[in-house]
Design a protein around this ligand. Structure first.
Ligand code: 5GP
Ligand code: ZN
Length: 131
């Protein structure tokens, strides 16, 4: 079991203090969030403006600004984000009822924080197509 201090040291390895990235600051522990999961590569925390009873954001500790910046070196990382989304949803009891995962990319899709993040939403019916 890592101590809080050790996990913050881990996160500092991928944090660039010159970068004004909100999610890098949450990862580094500068801004406190409601953390629901963390490991060496990922952090998951509750969205500050939840759009459903469950609204978790899964972010890599590595700063990647958007999906367009992904390459094959990120494949395992992105796979782990998606598998973590499924695990968190199952842990909240939404695996049978259903849940939604969303990556927004760029302005027209609604991306506002330019550090990739997977939204995991559940606990209410979801409309399709999305707005
Ligand atoms: P995007 O619009 O980029 O896909 O998603 C960004 C998400 O980050 C939004 O759902 C927004 O509510 C959330 N968010 C913005 N600022 C904060 C914050 O300071 N803390 C947390 N936990 N979530 C935030
Ligand atoms: Zn970042």
């Amino acid at each position: 079991m890592r101590t809080c201090r050790e996990s913050h040291e881990l996160s500092w390895r991928t944090y660039n203090p010159g970068m004004s990235c909100l999610f890098c600051r949450i990862i580094a522990g500068e801004i406190l969030g409601s953390r629901v999961y963390e490991d060496e590569a990922l952090l998951a925390f509750d969205d500050i403006h939840p759009q459903a009873p469950m609204h978790v954001l899964i972010v890599p500790r590595l700063h990647v600004p958007m999906l367009n910046a992904l390459d094959s070196s990120h494949d395992a990382l992105v796979g782990s984000m998606i598998r973590r989304a499924a695990a968190i949803a199952k842990g909240r009891g939404f695996d049978e009822s259903g849940y939604r995962t969303v990556f927004n990319c760029n302005a027209q899709a609604g991306q506002t924080v330019f550090h990739i993040h997977l939204h995991v939403l559940g606990g209410r019916p979801m409309a399709w197509p999305p707005g």
